[in-house]
Design a protein around this ligand. Structure first.
Ligand code: HEM
Length: 468
């Protein structure tokens, strides 16, 4: 058993959280952070510490809603930033949504939120519905034969991003879209915080990281080409997409001495929107399909709700969600049950007391949303998939929707909360209106445990979509 230090251990009279120093325990954490950290929290409590052997700074892990709320909402000024790395600093963090600091973060975040709200108001759900239809056509072309929905869903969410940011979509057969999404996927998997190159950026230019460098350069050039095309054809009277809005902001700030918005940095903002949204979105859509296949009785219940609310004479619209409480509860439970983005980080910029323990300035904090979403004190049978936990007893009203924090809380929470639900609803219902979904009878169904990369995905699986 790992030796715990006592919760009364003192460092300069500060009561540090309990934790482990057992190197065998700690070295297991990167293999599957959410699960390992959740197991440790069952031993050490909602707040615990560890330090990676030899090099590591103090890491504090927050594991339930109470301590996460106390940190990210009640003491948000102590946790303003995500943990960065020498590699990210070498590339630059100015203009980034995910890694920029303080005022800059606020300004960039607000710019994107306003852009999504103003420009896409009323239009966004049409774009998502349009992509859901294209996805359905691709599924129809399979003629009921088994297929793996994983990468096609990545292409579909890539297209939603392409519409938002570049003002266009690509055919699924277009090699540009495939190469772009493959590169985004590769960067996501290889640029995990524990990757050696994050700490030693000199390695980036060596043969060891050749593919990483090629992928990064491909993504940057792809976005920069769009920015250049947009600059050449910009008409401020009719902004087409987020890049046009970015360029208009550049022109507004033209006379400022130290402008935050400049053409050359635009790719940072756009890339952050794309990487933050496409892979968690694709993963959540995979879970929608897998859980519909796994729970056939729920699939039928959703189909019945869809027939009553929409019928067959028109396609589902996002507004229909409010007429379909079981479906809404099913999708909310997916967000809780698989917590697609399970662990995120913060830097601590001042000493702060959480749950009676001091978290010293300079510590890195891991927010373990995965543990919070399966805390037995909050959720009955947390490891079971039970949409009814979000329904009133008569089954007619969605309840306790706010009790899940699977899309984050505080001033760095998910910027695509509504879009995430919109995608799950429109893809799920557009498919179900036409098809009955089941796992391929020729392959082992996937485990509902999923596989944790930086996002929690369903393992490889195949689905058959037969026409209703
Ligand atoms: C089901 C799909 C999604 C899931 C599960 C998800 C989840 C999350 C989570 C857990 C965070 C971090 C919260 C924190 O650090 O406390 C986050 C951040 C973020 N999400 Fe999402 N997200 C999804 C879809 C989207 C979409 C569609 C967008 C499109 C705009 C988006 C944009 C972002 C951005 C830009 C951030 C960083 C915000 C910041 O640092 O200020 N996400 N997301």
């Amino acid at each position: 058993m790992a030796p715990a230090h006592s919760s009364h251990q003192r460092d300069d009279q500060k009561i540090l959280p309990p934790g482990t120093r057992n190197p065998f325990t700690i070295l297991r954490i990167p293999k599957s952070p959410p699960i390992q950290l959740t197991n440790l929290s069952r031993r050490y409590g909602p707040l615990f510490t560890f330090r990676f052997p030899i090099v590591g700074s103090l890491v504090v892990v927050l594991n339930n809603h109470t301590v996460i709320h106390e940190a990210l909402v009640d003491n948000s000024d102590a946790f303003p930033n995500r943990v960065t790395s020498p590699l990210r600093h070498k590339w630059g963090i100015k203009g980034r949504i995910v890694y920029s600091y303080k005022e800059e973060h606020k300004i960039i975040r607000q710019f994107v939120l306003d852009g999504m709200k103003k420009y896409y108001a009323g239009k966004l759900h049409e774009k998502v519905a349009e992509e859901a239809r294209h996805f359905c056509t691709a599924v129809e072309e399979k003629n009921g034969k088994a297929f793996d929905p994983g990468f096609p869903l990545t292409l579909a969410t890539g297209n939603i991003n392409a519409m938002l940011n570049f003002g266009r979509r690509y055919e699924y057969s277009d090699p540009n879209l495939t190469k772009f999404m493959e590169a985004i996927d590769y960067l996501h998997v290889k640029l995990i915080p524990s990757a050696l190159v994050q700490k030693h950026p000199g390695l980036y230019d060596t043969f060891l990281y050749r593919k990483l460098k090629e992928s990064q350069e491909f993504v940057v050039n792809f976005i920069c080409d769009h920015i250049r095309e947009h600059r050449a054809t910009l008409d401020p009277a009719i902004p087409r997409d987020l890049i046009d809005m970015y360029l208009m902001r550049v022109d507004e700030e033209n006379s400022s001495e130290n402008p935050l918005f400049v053409d050359e940095r635009g790719w940072f903002t756009i890339k952050d929107v794309i990487t933050s949204s496409s892979l968690p979105s694709a993963a959540s859509l995979q879970w929608v399909i897998a859980l519909l296949c796994k729970h056939q009785e729920m699939q039928e219940k959703i189909y019945e709700e869809l027939q009553a609310a929409v019928g067959n004479d028109r396609l589902p619209e996002f507004n229909d969600l409010h007429k379909m409480p079981f479906t809404h509860a099913f999708l909310t439970e997916i967000l809780r049950y698989r917590t697609v983005l399970p662990v995120v980080s913060r830097e601590v910029v001042r000493d702060v007391i959480i749950d009676g323990h001091t978290i010293p300035q300079g510590s890195n904090v891991l927010i373990n949303y995965w543990a919070a979403e399966r805390d037995p004190a909050v959720w009955e049978k947390p490891d079971d998939f039970v949409p009814e936990r979000f329904l009133s007893s008569d089954g007619k009203t969605l309840i306790k929707q706010d009790s899940t924090h699977a899309l984050g809380i505080g001033h760095r929470d998910c910027m695509g909360k509504e879009l995430a639900m919109m995608q799950m609803f429109l893809f799920g219902t557009t498919l179900l209106q036409k098809f009955h979904l089941k796992f391929s009878p020729h392959k082992k169904p996937p485990s509902m445990q999923g596989i944790t990369k930086t996002v929690v995905v369903v393992g490889k699986f195949e689905v058959c979509a037969t026409k209703r």
